[in-house]
Design a protein around this ligand. Structure first.
Ligand code: ZN
Length: 141
């Protein structure tokens, strides 16, 4: 069950920040977003870019994945047209559609993804999603 504390937090947001910044939210709804900064961060629950930078709604475009990795450029191929590239799609959207001016890759201490890769522990088999994902940082062989 969703924790009641968070449900109350949502209500407090609606009655507090949302009510206070209603004009900003309305403007973002009417005109769309135009953030100048994209942040690629880790999914780690302790490292929320909006919280860390005290960002306003519409100020940051954020893409998060395990260990804040930026996959190499890999266009779709006819051999594997179903291959999905979430982070690449977010980057493309940020640069081509929103024309962000800065891209920040936000690493952090005690990253579980990096630690698991370095220590060769955890669910990192090549058949696991996370194992395949983290293999991107393996030295070229
Ligand atoms: Zn991390």
């Amino acid at each position: 069950m969703f924790p009641e504390r968070l449900t109350k937090g949502y209500r407090a947001f609606l009655e507090g920040r949302f009510a206070v910044e209603r004009g900003r939210y309305q403007s973002l709804a009417d005109s769309g977003q135009s953030p100048s900064i994209m942040v690629i961060g880790c999914v780690d629950s302790r490292v929320s870019p909006e919280v860390i930078f005290d960002a306003a709604p519409g100020e940051l475009l954020v893409a998060r994945n395990v260990a804040n990795l930026v996959p190499r450029y890999e266009p779709p191929s006819e051999e594997d047209p179903s291959h999905q590239h979430g982070t690449s799609a977010a980057l493309e959207f940020a640069v081509r559609a929103l024309k962000v001016r800065h891209i920040v890759v936000l690493g952090h201490a005690f990253c579980g993804g990096i630690r698991a890769f370095v220590s060769d522990a955890g669910p990192l088999s090549s058949s696991d999603f996370i194992g395949r994902w983290m293999s991107q940082i393996a030295p070229a062989g």
